[in-house]
Design a protein around this ligand. Structure first.
Ligand code: PGA
Length: 249
């Protein structure tokens, strides 16, 4: 049985005071550790603040990106080792906003995944199709290629350590959600792709759904056989919504 993971992707939102309130409210909400693993991913400057605030709770902290490089003259970049050094345990990689606004290729996402794993972080590898790709029937081909590009670079043990997030681009921040059936279909396909590399890992690797997951649609999505949690944007910025999604597990 795969344990669910509810992850908040804060994107470029927050401030010292807003984060303090949000984290205090989430902690006070009494996150039910028996139900799910819970993760928040604030912007880089607030990682240590978040790590400090969640101390003594079951909430984990992750980043939203890392460098492909180990260290050195790479102005503005943050290495996976630095994230681990401050106490992060996860990192989101290959989010569609990185792929489209920063031209991140599958190769870059694969290189970052290796960096994360070598630093001891759990990478959350995001894949997803655009509306045009879905309408032309290319969903499986697109997400399959995105995932394979990463899996090809990993050994069997490394494959077992990743988390995958299926995030249809057309559902991110749009209020449009894939129906539970649509999402389940893609999740089952992604699990087959993992199985073609490592059958054992396919049974344990978590595949999260992301794209306008909200309190009112979370339960149905999370009930699907191959949906092992959520990567939540907008609703992760409201404590009540985030707690309600955790409670929906
Ligand atoms: P959303 O974002 O929940 O606001 O659609 C999800 C994501 O981009 O991870």
């Amino acid at each position: 049985m795969r344990r669910k993971l509810i992850a908040g992707n804060w994107k470029m939102n927050g401030s010292v005071s807003a984060n303090a309130s949000l984290l205090a409210e989430i902690s006070a909400g009494g996150v039910d550790v028996a139900k799910a693993d819970v993760l928040v991913c604030p912007p880089f400057p607030y990682l240590t603040q978040a790590l400090d605030k969640v101390q003594g709770t079951a909430i984990a902290v992750g980043a939203q990106d890392c460098s492909v490089h180990d260290a050195g003259a790479y102005t503005s970049e943050v290495s996976a080792a630095m994230l681990r050094d401050v106490g992060c345990t996860y990192v989101i990689l290959g989010h569609s906003e990185r792929r489209s606004y920063h031209a991140e290729s599958d190769q870059i996402v694969a290189a970052k995944t290796l960096q994360a794993l070598r630093a001891g972080l759990t990478p959350i590898v995001c894949v997803g199709e655009t509306l045009e790709q879905r309408e032309s029937g290319a969903t499986d081909a697109v997400v399959g290629a995105q995932l394979k590009a990463v899996l090809e670079k990993l050994d069997s043990a490394e494959i077992a350590k990743i988390v995958v997030a299926y995030e249809p681009v057309w559902a991110i921040g749009t209020g449009k959600t894939a129906t539970p059936e649509m999402a389940q279909e893609v999740h089952a396909f992604l699990r087959q792709v993992i199985a073609s590399f490592n059958a054992e890992a396919a049974a344990t690797v978590k595949i999260l759904y992301g794209g306008s997951m909200k309190p009112d649609n979370a339960a149905e999505l999370l009930r699907q056989t191959d949906i092992d949690g959520g990567l939540i944007g907008g609703a992760a910025l409201k404590a009540n919504d985030f707690l309600a999604i955790i409670a929906a597990v």
